[in-house]
Design a protein around this ligand. Sequence first.
Ligand SMILES: *[C@@H]1O[C@H](CO)[C@@H](O)[C@H](O)[C@H]1NC(C)=O
Length: 177
Amino acid sequence: MKMHSILSTVLVIILAFSVAEANNLDGKTQQMVNGICKKTTDIRFCSSVLVKNLATPAPSNKDLMNVTVREAERFSANTNFFISTLLENAGDERQDLQMCADAYSIVNLAFTNAMSFFNQAHYSKIVKVQNKISKAVGICKTDFNVPGYEINPLIERKRQTMILSAMEQIVCQMVSS
Ligand SMILES: *[C@@H]1O[C@H](CO)[C@@H](O)[C@H](O)[C@H]1NC(C)=O
């Protein structure tokens, strides 16, 4: 009985938070987010990146761009670090992992450049960076096993990287038009 009421309380709190989060965005913002995300291959992932990180309730296109370039850079830096931790204990897969480390050095540099282009308002240069990113992502082959993982975790990392890259391109076109 006691456990039951604790569980119900926790559930109510979780529900309250999700409703609060859903209400955080006004209709217009929700529409902007949907407009961007339905052009990507994963509406859910795209929306969660934007919604989680929007600081203002009524963001401009520039605010959306800001969130996108910063999150893309953060994600690629994090992936870089993640690969370096895998490399520390790597066995047979070392060479494949090294290729991915090399790939993500390029990807991360490209996303870092995109962020400085955004700060300098050189939006057309951000679009050009996306080609470099998709080429570099392709250097990281994922047809190898990573010990401790049932599925190579870099498959999902690559997928999300490409969505973030697509988001940059989409939002950038909105900002510059
Ligand atoms: C981008 O967002 C950060 C953090 O919210 C803010 O400090 C910065 O001024 C923003 N940059 C631009 C150009 O809007």
